[in-house]
Design a protein around this ligand. Sequence first.
Ligand code: 6PG
Length: 258
Amino acid sequence: MSAPPNAATGALQVFPDKDTLVQALAEHLLALANSTLAEGGAERFFRIALSGGGTPQALYTLMASPDYASRFPWARTQFFMVDDRFVPHSHADSNGGMLQRLLFDKVPVPPDNIFLMPDSGPPADAARAYETTLRRATGLTELATTDTATTPPLLDVCLMGIGTDGHTASLFPGLSVLDNTTDWVAHCTPTTAPHTRLTLTYPAIAASRHVIFLVAGASKQAVLGRILAQDTSLPSTHVTALRDLTWYLDQAVAPPTA
Ligand code: 6PG
């Protein structure tokens, strides 16, 4: 059996600048949503998990704009989180709070379609609770490991970023969560970034039909080059997908050969 699509072999889509990059990605997400819903039954939701941080905020702002918002199938899309800082959603560092402000408050997405990560209580309990949320929302009891019809994907799209240290989601170098192959959601406390986090684990990310990395800016060119060269010391290198993995890049971060 061939190896699943992975970060080092993912297709590169390179755009001149951040604006054209997020415009192209927004249209790609719309096309994926429409094709997924066209293929699935009337009960099918398009399931997407979104990352936080700074890079995707321009994408979320664009998705909330009237022209785009009028075309997107909000009522048939379920929105999940890739990870979050374990702070109240009202905190300035909350990914869920940022998405609520930039996107969910501005578009006609039913509140029942939004699944933010818990932001209180013991972190371990919050991680368990979000895994239960994922199981109930998707009706899945196990994670797909191959792109076949037997087990549907947990997610249709998992939208990821990377840090200059090679982390993705809240999978930071050196953390034990990198070795968690049983849970769908885990908590962790990085030493190189603020806050305890909740994060999807590798198996949960790998159960995504399409994994998309959105990366922009010259500051990440070096770490991207290491990931594409299969530097296994970097957590992002170990990300796989069921069907395909794509890098959406601006020219500033793209490898010189791209
Ligand atoms: C987070 C994100 C994280 C992010 C990278 C890149 O909670 O911070 O989920 O994985 O994607 O840190 O962040 P920037 O886009 O801000 O560089």
